[in-house]
Ligand binder design. Structure first.
Ligand code: MN
Length: 728
């Protein structure tokens, strides 16, 4: 096979550097080129090519990233000390301390063997981090070296291939990502993937190649449509598009358990705008052109990624209804996305240049790591702390004492608290994260300093199971809930029964004090003791009306006769509920049974389909809030009960929508028709014209469930002239 090699000459490389760094010492680049060529003379790569091709390729990648002269020279010389007779001192004498430092750093990095026993790995990490923290250019040169090695890996033995590919996947690709070098990361991942799983890779590549034409045509259509539409709106923009790299596609297939054809967002389009304001404007234009996929918008401009990446991300259904990820950014952000940390390198500021202060601040984590290593006893602990931010599936947080603890990504302060002590978990009410107060649902982030806040009155709650991730925390919460379920049900049953008996003019208090009456009731119902009756009422296994009926013969004749049977009467609240809901079932199930007094709250006006939570009130049954209602959070957690909508119940609830419209003739008629079209009769409408040319309209109507409400809200939002639709 005839290898097609593009090897830059000394003049071409020097010219490349001069093109972006006119004041740089390109003469030194020429000298380093000649020096390296001479030193490597006669050496061959495994492919049989002259060895010197490798350092020139690495230097060329460095120049593509527009790094400074010292980095380019270090790239040319990076294997000289390791592979030839040349010494550190020689390099320093010939090219100065800066270049010598970089070459030394890269040489040291090359000696690190990451695939080894735990302690050696830890020690290697320590060396790597120390070298990196002194000068990020060391790592960038090393990454370029690794990239070129991966590109030419074919000639290695199978064993060597696998070792290098594994190390690249585990160590260098995450490092490239951490430095914001996305294109490096992608290529390193794809090359590692290819050598680690050759068959899978080949399959995937075949699928990708066979659909490439179709995909490219799709990208072209998207680019044309976007350029045209944004141009019409007066925006200057540049639109680029590319297929996603194979490794990321493969990971998606894995995560979603699907085939290649079922991965929808195979392409990404980059829209480069002139200003941040234009980026947001472009987002609006794109969303008006194509329907956005809900939940896929991310604003990395307002909240940059830790590696300084900034862009607006959205996914839309494109011209052929395929999903396309669109990334909108400014020219400067595009530079960062493409070149990562290298985009922040200031050229010409002194001999060595340096990171701009903003970028330097972003990488202080490295320096802090090195400083903290003095406090850590053994290399393994250091490894734990080094893993921070490099690896995505775990988070590492600190205890107030400075100990590092690892948790699965997505863990919360509850997991943290239980990992320290069961008691701490049971009593935790929240956490102080890096000094600020955080909710128990807070997702731990790398490097967080976590301090658990407790209260002696706190107990584990059912909703904690939604937040806790670790086996230890979940097991303990479940156990606690099981044992307290009986107590809770007993209390609830007692309250429900008290209310029901009161309606029948029977005093539960008296019953409790008469062991004889209590005994007879238990016998009649088949329970051991009164507590069991409460528990079963609380669980919903025993109806209060059955208890009333069982008690009826016990009650004095006179008082019983004066009232109709309890089952035929209803309480004030029940009557109210019935009036409002217009139905016989209350619509809400408590422990799966609908025999509960229900009061819907005015504060959040829950509707079937909303997630709800109940709150036990003494003698007034259960009030129902939406789970998101702030009032619900204010209620005593001890009295909260889980409730659900009765799927069999036909409920009509009064709801109110606020529709903000442009104040113009005919719009109310259109809005009214929209309600009618959704099968809704408006019971009340209040319309008020504002001074800003807008009108606020409040519509009150009966609605069956959330689906119907959402349906009409969606229709309303599409009406021309409607600015906003919200539930009040
Ligand atoms: Mn090398």
């Amino acid at each position: 096979m005839l290898a097609f090699l593009v090897v830059l000459s000394a003049g071409e490389l020097a010219e490349k550097v001069r093109s972006y760094h006119p004041s740089g010492d390109v003469e030194m680049v020429r000298r380093a080129y000649a020096y390296s060529e001479l030193a490597h003379e006669g050496q061959k790569r495994k492919s049989g090519d002259p060895y010197f091709i490798h350092p020139v390729s690495v230097a060329s990648i460095i120049a593509d990233m527009r790094l400074d002269v010292a980095s380019v020279c270090a790239a040319l010389l990076h294997d000289v000390v390791e592979d030839t007779d040349v010494t550190d001192a020689d390099i320093e004498r010939e090219f100065g301390a800066d270049v010598a430092f970089l070459v030394d750093g890269v040489t040291k990095l090359s000696k690190i063997n990451f695939i080894s026993k735990q302690d050696r790995t830890a020690e290697s990490f320590r060396k790597l981090i120390v070298a990196m923290s002194r000068d990020l250019r060391v790592l960038v040169v090393k990454l370029c070296d690794r990239l070129d090695n991966m590109r030419t890996l074919d000639h290695m033995s199978d064993e060597g291939k696998e070792r290098i590919a594994r190390e690249t996947m585990d160590i260098y690709a995450p490092l490239a990502n951490r430095l914001g070098l996305a294109s490096f990361r992608n290529e390193l991942q794809d090359l590692s993937f290819k050598h680690l799983y050759p068959d899978v890779f080949a399959d995937l590549e075949r699928s990708a190649v066979s659909t490439a034409g179709e995909r490219d045509a799709g990208i072209l259509r998207v680019r044309q449509a976007l350029t045209q539409k944004l141009g019409q709106q007066g925006f200057a923009c540049r639109v680029e598009g590319r297929s996603k790299h194979l490794y990321s596609v493969w990971r998606k297939m894995h995560e979603r358990q699907c085939t290649y054809d079922q991965v929808h967002d195979l392409t990404a389009v980059q829209v480069v705008m002139e200003s941040v304001a234009d980026c947001y404007a472009a987002l609006g234009v794109i969303h008006s052109l194509w329907t956005p996929v809900p939940g896929r918008f991310k604003d990395y401009i307002a909240l940059p990624k830790p590696n300084m990446y900034q862009s607006l991300h959205t996914t839309v259904f494109g011209p052929s209804h395929q999903r396309i990820e669109v990334q909108i950014r400014t020219t400067e952000m595009h530079g960062v996305a493409e070149r990562g940390v290298a985009a922040h390198w200031r050229l010409g500021a002194g001999a060595s240049g340096g990171l701009d202060p903003r970028a330097a601040a972003q990488f202080t984590w490295l320096r802090q790591l090195v400083e903290s290593q003095d406090q850590l006893k053994d290399p393994t602990e250091f490894l734990e702390s080094v893993k921070i931010d490099l690896f995505q599936d775990e988070v590492y947080v600190f205890t107030p004492k400075g100990d590092v603890r690892a948790f699965p990504r997505g863990s919360t302060p509850i997991d943290f608290a239980y990992s320290i002590h069961t008691d701490l978990g049971d009593r935790c009410t929240g956490a102080r994260i890096n000094g600020g107060i955080a909710q128990l649902s807070y997702k731990l982030r790398n490097g967080d300093l976590v301090e658990v806040l407790t209260s002696p009155d706190q107990r584990p709650h059912k909703e904690w199971l939604e937040w806790a991730l670790t086996a230890k925390a979940r097991g303990r919460i479940r156990g606690y809930l099981r044992t307290t379920q009986r107590e809770k049900s007993m209390k609830l049953g007692h309250d429900l029964l008290e209310k029901a008996l009161h309606e029948a003019d029977i005093s539960l208090g008296k019953l409790e004090h008469s062991s004889e009456d209590a005994r007879r009731l238990c016998d009649a119902l088949g329970y051991e003791q009164l507590d069991d009756v409460y528990v079963h009422v609380g669980y919903g296994k025993l109806k209060t009306s059955d208890v009333v009926d069982a008690l009826a013969p016990l009650a004095p004749e006179s008082s019983r006769r004066s009232l109709p049977p309890a089952s035929l009467r209803e309480g004030r609240i029940e009557a109210f509920v019935r009036k409002v809901t217009g139905r016989n079932s209350h619509g809400v199930l408590l422990n799966g049974v609908d025999d509960v007094l229900v009061r819907y709250t005015k504060c959040c006006n829950p509707l079937p389909g909303d997630e709800i939570i109940g709150f036990m009130t003494r003698g007034r049954g259960v009030t129902v809030h939406r789970k998101t209602c702030e009032r619900a959070f204010e209620t005593d957690p001890e009295r909260r009960v889980a409730v659900s909508w009765d799927p069999k119940a036909k409920i009509n609830r009064m709801v109110q929508l606020k529709v903000t419209t442009a104040n113009r003739p005919g719009i109310l008629a259109t809005v009214g028709q929209t309600f009618h079209g959704a099968g809704i009769n408006i019971s009340e409408a209040a319309c008020r014209a504002g001074e800003d040319g807008r009108a606020e309209n409040l519509f009150t109507f009966l609605c069956a469930d959330l689906a119907q409400l959402k349906g009409v809200m969606k229709r309303l939002a599409k009406v021309e002239g409607v600015v906003d639709v919200s539930r009040t």
